[in-house]
Design a protein around this ligand. Structure first.
Ligand code: ARG
Length: 480
């Protein structure tokens, strides 16, 4: 390809039609072979064949309804398109780079199949409004599929959270053991993050669900089209209200990618925790063998490849977001060929999200929870020191003073290499005479959990209630 590009063939002598392109009328010579390949998009936009055909069928149906096509012409076009769809799905369709993109590949196949009438399909339409329509149809469908997969994961999180409501886990800040929390509570934090992602996806669906067809190349069409009918046929709730904007903007795709990037950032945080938790040092969970791989050199290894890959793949989607924003920036209205570059980042965002949703949806329900290890870790690191201070506050000691007393107790325990509960009552009373034996109750991790008994708190009863609530919220969301 490159060789030919550097030494383009001399322009051919003009023949009856010197360019064999669908748009070749005003051209004298053929396209440079490298340029043909460079400008083509069929290599990747053939993925839109189903939406392209669906859009064309709706367009032809509308054209017949307003009298631009006869019913017979419409029927032949619709039949031809349906047959092409069958061919594509059976792998019998030959895609041609010379025909540039999915739209012209299908249109020329139509004319080859049904004859002259196929050439009427493109009346009152441009590839500019056609491609914008295809992408919106595609993305709308993908958002629905992704939402379904997300629902499965969200349900799995609730199930696991319910099962692990009583499981004590050290909660961390700065990755230092901070306070004990219910493992179920931690899982519900993941649920909240992803539920917001779901909301964002559904919200961006609204702006995706709008019909560009009718905008033509940029200025609309001179034919008496019925855009409301086309919208209805394609199930669009809205119609793009300005023909220039309809073909020019891809903000819906950017928005989707932004939702995706944020979701991937959430996934990467979940993944990071799974990687940490499954290490020997933490030992909080064990990932099922089916989701891990070994090392070619170190026989003892069981690596958490799946969460690591999910974590790594967040980089791609963040990159796609930046790519799409940059692609759109400073483009003059209306359509520019730049927009052809929207597809690969968008497709890869969809594929990546789908892969990660599938991975987590399968992996999370099968991970083994090492409750004993979590409990042991929750008890180490003086995680109930705040509870100790709160106990002193209830005795009437101001919190700042209580903080200092507990700090002194921690120092003693550190020196001794023991836990707070291993200090004697006499030692504690030496720090403050008001301390009684009930203090040991406050130092217990289960008591610490149970004491945080308010909405949004980690008491196991609250976690179970939050699970029930989460199911209801998901049910309501799922209806939208
Ligand atoms: N392949 C093109 C794209 O993806 C289709 C629209 C081309 N329009 C044009 N005027 N060249 O954007």
């Amino acid at each position: 390809m490159t060789d030919r590009a550097q030494t383009p063939k001399p322009a051919q002598p003009a023949t009856e039609q010197s360019s064999d392109k669908l748009w070749g009328g005003r051209f004298d010579g053929p396209t440079n072979a490298f340029v043909e390949e460079f400008t083509a998009s069929v290599q990747f936009d053939r993925r839109l064949y189903a939406q392209d055909i669906e859009g064309s069928i709706a367009h032809a149906t509308m054209l017949a309804a307003v009298g631009v096509l006869t019913n017979d012409e419409r029927d032949r076009i619709v039949e031809g398109l349906a047959a092409i769809r069958t061919d594509i799905e059976a792998g019998r369709f030959t895609w041609s780079i010379a025909l540039e993109d999915v739209h012209m590949n299908i249109e020329s196949a139509l004319t080859a199949r049904i004859g002259e009438v196929g050439k009427k399909l493109h009346t009152a339409r441009s590839r500019n409004d056609q491609v914008a329509t295809d992408i919106r149809l595609y993305l709308r469908g993908e958002i629905d599929r992704l939402t379904g997969m997300l629902d499965r994961l969200l349900n799995a999180l609730i199930d696991l959270a319910e099962r692990e409501a009583d499981t004590v886990l050290p909660g961390f800040t700065h990755l230092q053991a901070a306070q004990p929390v219910s493992f179920g509570h931690h899982l519900l934090a993941w649920f909240e993050m992803l539920l917001r992602d779901r909301e964002r996806l559904r919200d961006c669906r609204k702006r995706t669900d709008s019909l560009p067809l009718g905008a033509g190349a940029l200025a609309g069409t001179t034919f008496p089209i019925d855009r409301a009918l086309t919208a209805e046929l394609l199930g669009f709730t809205r119609i793009c209200e300005n023909s220039l904007d309809a073909v020019a903007d891809r903000d819906f795709a950017i928005e989707f990618t932004a939702c995706g990037a944020l979701m991937m950032v959430h996934f990467s945080r979940m993944a990071e925790e799974m990687v940490l938790w499954s290490s020997q040092q933490f030992g909080f969970i064990e990932l099922a063998d089916a989701f891990c791989t070994g090392s070619s050199m170190m026989p003892q290894k069981k690596n958490p490849d799946v969460p690591e890959l999910v974590r790594g793949k967040s980089g791609r989607v963040i990159g796609h977001l930046i790519a799409l924003l940059t692609l759109m920036k400073s483009q003059p209205l209306a359509y520019n060929k730049d927009n052809q570059e929207d597809k690969e980042p968008l497709f890869d965002t969809v594929d990546t999200l789908r892969g990660c949703l599938r991975a987590f949806g399968d992996l999370i329900p099968t991970m083994q929870v090492r409750r004993d290890r979590m409990r042991e870790a929750a008890r180490a690191g003086f995680t109930t020191a705040t509870d100790f201070a709160d106990y002193l506050v209830r005795l009437g000691i101001p919190f700042r003073d209580a903080h200092a007393v507990v700090g002194a107790a921690v120092r003693i325990a550190v020196e001794r290499g023991c836990e707070l509960k291993d200090l004697s009552l006499a030692e504690l009373q030496a720090l403050d005479g008001r301390i009684g034996a009930e203090v040991f109750g406050a130092l217990d991790v289960d008591a610490a959990l149970a004491a945080r008994d308010h909405r949004g708190g980690t008491a196991p009863g609250r976690v179970r209630a939050a699970c029930a609530q989460a199911r209801l919220r998901l049910g309501t969301e799922a209806a939208h």
